[in-house]
Design a protein around this ligand. Structure first.
Ligand SMILES: [Zn+2]
Length: 311
């Protein structure tokens, strides 16, 4: 069994302007690290395909999908750029990139459920966990992980899936979409207060939210994960685990003030892999969310992928 690595050239063409931290170079940094460390030979590469309208509708309203499609297809035709909010900017390639990012997550789910690989990592942008059912925000357009989780449940017939989010920012979009869906357990840990300033009070009984103050270090994060996530995951016995893999809680990342290191990402991935192997036949689909210090991002994704690939 192996690990799929799913990406697409269009995910590099979506750009939000000079100096924007969510930049195409993030994917280059990851690629360079994988090649430089030889880790790439342990991965099975796939080109992402587009998410279908039906796949998107499992997580987003038809009105939102129609609105964002008209807007982004318009930019693709005119060659213009448009700010959705002060942080979230669309260029002529954003439509294609957003479809590939969500499509990669669906494709990863199918590859894993078909037994072609044990687990999969989607090296995609735009990220997804801030995109709500009806709104693009926080660098996100479609909620890649929520689209994939609903595909696993509604199309592939799974009964229980877990969504794990360790990005430094609260995954408000994923919570908005999946709160109250008792086929899903979502566990997350995030800095609070920090953008988008939500999450302190969970929106549903299927949400295990662990807000932590700025300057929390890896040891404390591990203790909280052990105490808060693990018992909930054990009780829930997920048949598959989806990870919103943001690496901006790294101590070198300036978008948050948490103190995680590569070793912490390795530890978290090992803990999740242990749950997945006992309850879910090892099935994990991990999607890139944040992570803006290019070197720290590359090293952290490397640590995450080494565990997933078992090398
Ligand atoms: Zn983030």
């Amino acid at each position: 069994m192996s690990t799929a690595y799913i990406s697409h050239a269009d995910c590099r063409r979506h750009e939000m302007g000079a100096g924007h931290p969510e930049c195409p170079q993030r994917l280059d940094a990851i690629e360079d690290w994988l090649i430089g460390t030889g880790l790439d030979v342990a991965l099975q590469r796939f080109d992402a395909s587009n998410a279908s309208p039906q796949a998107l509708e499992r997580a987003h309203s038809s009105a939102y999908i129609a609105h964002i499609r008209d807007l982004l297809e318009g930019l693709a035709a005119s060659g213009e750029t448009r700010a959705i909010d002060p942080d979230t900017i669309a260029n002529p390639y954003t439509w294609s990139a957003a479809l590939k990012a969500a499509g990669a997550a669906v494709q990863a789910t199918d590859l894993v459920l078909d037994g072609r690989v044990e687990n999969a990592f989607c090296a995609v942008r735009p990220p997804g966990h801030h995109a709500t059912r009806d709104q693009a925000m926080g660098f996100c357009f479609f909620n890649n992980v929520a689209v994939a989780a609903r595909h696993a449940l509604d199309v592939r017939g799974l009964k229980r899936v877990a969504v794990v989010d360790f990005d430094v920012h609260h995954g408000n979009g994923t919570e908005d979409i999946l709160a109250g869906d008792d086929r899903v357990l979502m566990v997350s840990i995030f800095q609070h207060p920090l953008y988008p300033f939500s999450g302190a009070v969970p929106k549903g009984e299927n949400m295990v939210n662990v807000p932590v103050p700025p300057y929390t270090k890896g040891g404390e994060v591990r203790e909280l994960i052990e105490a808060m996530w693990m018992p909930a995951l054990e009780r829930f016995k997920p048949e598959m685990i989806f990870i919103s893999a943001g690496f901006d809680a790294h101590r070198e990342d300036d978008l948050g003030q948490l103190g995680l290191t590569e070793a912490d990402y390795e530890w978290i991935t090992l803990r999740l892999q242990d749950v997945a192997r006992r309850h879910a036949k090892g099935r994990i689909v991990s999607c890139l969310e944040g992570g803006y210090h290019l070197d720290a991002l590359a090293r952290s994704v490397g640590a995450h992928l080494r565990v997933l690939a078992g090398v």
